[in-house]
Design a protein around this ligand. Structure first.
Ligand code: HEM
Length: 433
């Protein structure tokens, strides 16, 4: 998604002509200008589609928080992504992300324990090794496509945690991107809905086979397979949906947080220079990068009964789409919201959501992002763009698919990188429960 700093008059945007569902608009249009106008003039804004479906766009921080926090008024059971607006989600009540408490809680509590900071601490050296290997090509000094290079990064921490073999990582990275950007030009036939169906089918089939082949041992899939839901074990379809959700949750977000943050550094070299080698400063910069990029662009809920939001009546069964990228620029919450400020305090961003569905992978994502930027800061004194930036056509992932850059290396960095290039990617299991 294009990240802009809108500065024209609010009236320049015709809110009734805007189509926030259009994936291409997020790659080539100006969503930030639209959201700024919506927050000011129509913070809960109804969009009608030509086929009769409609949804409410929720753009203010407080309203987004009110929706995400309140599962009794706003359910996840009918699906949470605009791509299936109006359709019943087959994963409803089976996948953590598409369920409400108490079913949701029964799945989430055990998973949250194995994905906590404490449980993941021992993984850090492995992830650091992966980062070093990933960064090794910059030693050559030539243009390096950062967006392409980091696209597969989550496989090395989430895929590895799930015990997925390294030979499958590129295939799974491709499929998860296709699931959230089926209309993107990189999927050449441009089949849109067809691509979505294909991606879902192949991913579900892949996980079903892995679960049934019982090759998993002490990994996250094994953990899910042994998990109790009340009196019973999880069923195959429930394990498949949750595997899908975990991998998707990691793959289609983390790389884009990295790319958009580095692009912000290209545009704001003074902010990059401020980080230095202080781990706390790196952690703060990661949070600002999350606010700035808001890689998970929206989540949807349905109103359980007639209600109201921000004074706007909401009918039972209506879909509400919370735009996290907009909430994270709300001038009511963030001072100077369009300034990229690596030391921003406080930083109450909603990039990981809020309430019962608050990202269960947030500790893992934060660990991976802090390690990535810690290594990057140690190696690179700055960056320049080496070609055009291409944005992903997706209304769900605010993403970058190509971003060639050149990296200015610090003294001695080239030798360190060359050494790291030979390290193997760790692939051993992982979890004890
Ligand atoms: C920068 C990286 C990430 C961002 C921005 C992000 C964002 C989000 C957001 C906004 C939600 C809330 C969904 C809702 O309210 O319906 C969420 C939930 C979720 N995320 Fe993440 N995520 C990231 C990384 C990860 C990782 C690494 C994993 C896997 C380990 C993951 C797995 C999930 C799952 C399974 C849920 C559903 C949680 C639930 O329903 O309780 N995410 N994520």
């Amino acid at each position: 998604m294009r990240i802009t700093v809108p500065d024209g008059p609010l009236d320049a945007v015709d809110l009734d002509a805007v189509d926030l569902r259009d994936p291409v608009f997020h790659a080539t249009g100006d969503p930030h200008a639209v959201w700024r106008a919506m927050r000011a003039k129509s913070p809960v804004h109804r969009q009608e589609l030509p086929d009769g479906r409609s949804f409410l766009s929720v753009t203010r921080h407080a309203d987004v928080g009110a929706v995400l926090r309140d599962h009794r008024r706003f359910t996840s059971r009918r699906g949470t992504l605009l791509s299936i607006l109006g359709e019943a989600d087959p994963a409803g009540d089976k996948m953590m992300a598409a369920s409400d408490p108490p079913i949701h809680t029964a799945m989430r509590e055990p998973l949250a324990k194995v994905l906590s900071y404490g449980a993941l601490r021992a993984r850090q050296p492995d992830i650091r090794l992966v980062v070093r290997r990933l960064l090794a090509p910059v030693a050559d000094g030539g243009p390096w496509d950062l967006a392409e290079a980091v696209a597969g990064f989550p496989m090395a921490f989430t895929g590895a945690l799930m015990g997925l073999p390294e030979r499958d990582w590129p295939y799974l990275t491709e499929l998860t991107t296709m699931a959230i950007a089926p209309e993107d030009a990189s999927f050449v036939d441009g089949a849109g809905h067809g691509n979505l169906v294909t991606a879902h089918h192949e991913l579900f089939e892949y996980f079903a086979q892995r679960i049934q082949s019982r090759t998993h041992r002490d990994d996250l899939i094994g953990f899910l397979a042994r998990m109790q839901l009340g009196e019973r074990r999880m069923r195959l379809d429930e394990i498949v949906y949750n595997c899908y959700s975990l991998l998707l949750g990691a793959n289609v977000t983390t790389p884009h947080a990295i790319a958009a943050t580095v692009l912000a550094f290209v545009e704001n070299p003074d902010q990059y220079a401020r980080i230095g080698d202080d781990p706390d400063a790196v952690a703060d910069a990661v949070e600002e990068g999350l606010r700035w990029s808001s890689p998970a662009n929206h989540f949807m809920r349905y109103a359980v009964a007639d209600t109201e939001l921000g004074g706007v009546p909401v009918r039972a069964g209506e879909a509400l789409v919370t735009w996290l990228g907009s909430a994270n620029r709300d001038e009511r919450v963030f001072t100077d919201p369009y300034r990229f400020d690596v030391a921003r305090q406080p930083n109450r961003h909603l990039a990981f959501g809020l309430g019962p569905h608050y990202c269960v992978g947030a500790p893992l994502a934060r660990i991976a992002l802090r390690l990535f930027f810690g290594e990057l800061v140690a190696l690179a004194s700055g960056f320049e763009l080496a070609g055009p930036v291409e944005h992903l056509s997706s209304n769900f992932t605010a993403g970058i698919r190509r971003m060639p850059i050149t990296v200015r290396l610090r003294e001695h960095a080239a030798a360190t990188l060359r050494d790291a290039g030979g390290d193997p990617i760790p692939s051993d299991p992982i979890l004890s429960d």
